[in-house]
Design a protein around this ligand. Structure first.
Ligand code: SAM
Length: 222
């Protein structure tokens, strides 16, 4: 298949992904749906065939890690309620797909990954695609990224035993934090919102993520 033919097919697969996997579920934010029609997910899923990259499930990305199911990426993104002005922090860069989606919907994206080889590969892909509003750092994301705090939105894309206190501290007034929290095997998707000194919390349902490993996450690989 030639490059142009592949691009046409990928565009069709993206439209189908939105129409079949996102719109019939709870994804209604038009800006989120537009970002999913735009970002070339297949470039973030190394080794997967074109159709596989847009299928309704997570995919391996190397180093024992995964790129999440499109619906889960969309749900978490929608929960942040982005308008285009925000500074967003992501914990768990992985393939970079979630950060790429966020970069279309917010002003600046800061993303932290603990596995250096993934962060390097992903940083290179962002440069190649011209996604200039994303900064990648290697480190323990459970500590946040204090130099750039506060953040209007924080998204954690690995399963945590609880909510890391540094992330709550780095959340701006009115900011939202989305995090899968629970056991090492299954979690609840929690959405926290800062209202003055208060933190309001809601539960968006069950989910399954690879573990968040770090000072305020799991202590070792499970
Ligand atoms: N957001 C990613 C994407 O769009 O492909 C999916 C992330 S994958 C489900 C979870 C990622 O979190 C893995 O790449 C893993 O190495 C990373 N991770 C786990 N613990 C971390 C920590 N404390 N700080 C930063 N990254 C972490």
């Amino acid at each position: 298949m030639g490059l142009e033919e592949a691009n046409v097919l990928a565009e069709r697969l993206r439209k189908e992904m939105v129409a079949r996997q996102l719109e019939p579920r709870r994804i209604r934010d038009e800006r989120v749906l537009a970002a999913f029609r735009e970002v070339p997910r297949h470039l973030f899923a190394p080794g997967a065939g074109l159709s596989e990259a847009y299928a309704d499930h997570p995919l391996p990305i190397g180093e024992g890690q995964t790129i999440s199911q499109p619906y889960m990426v969309a749900l978490m993104t929608q929960c942040l309620g982005l308008t285009g002005e925000e500074k967003v922090l992501e914990i768990g860069t992985g393939s970079g797909y979630q950060a790429a989606i966020l970069s279309r919907l917010a002003a600046e994206v800061y993303t932290v990954e603990r596995v250096a080889s993934l962060a390097e590969r992903t940083g290179e892909l962002f440069r190649r695609l011209g996604y200039e509003n994303i900064s990648v750092r290697v480190g323990d994301g459970t500590l946040g990224w204090p130099e750039f705090a506060p953040f209007d939105a924080i998204i954690v894309t690995a399963g945590s035993p609880g909510v890391p206190p540094p992330l709550v501290e780095q959340l701006a007034e009115g900011g939202k934090l989305v995090i899968p929290a629970g056991s090492g095997y299954s979690q609840r998707l929690l959405v926290l919102e800062r209202r003055g000194e208060k933190i309001i919390q809601r539960d968006e349902g069950g989910c399954v993520f690879v573990p968040l490993i770090g000072e305020y996450g799991w202590k070792q690989k499970r």
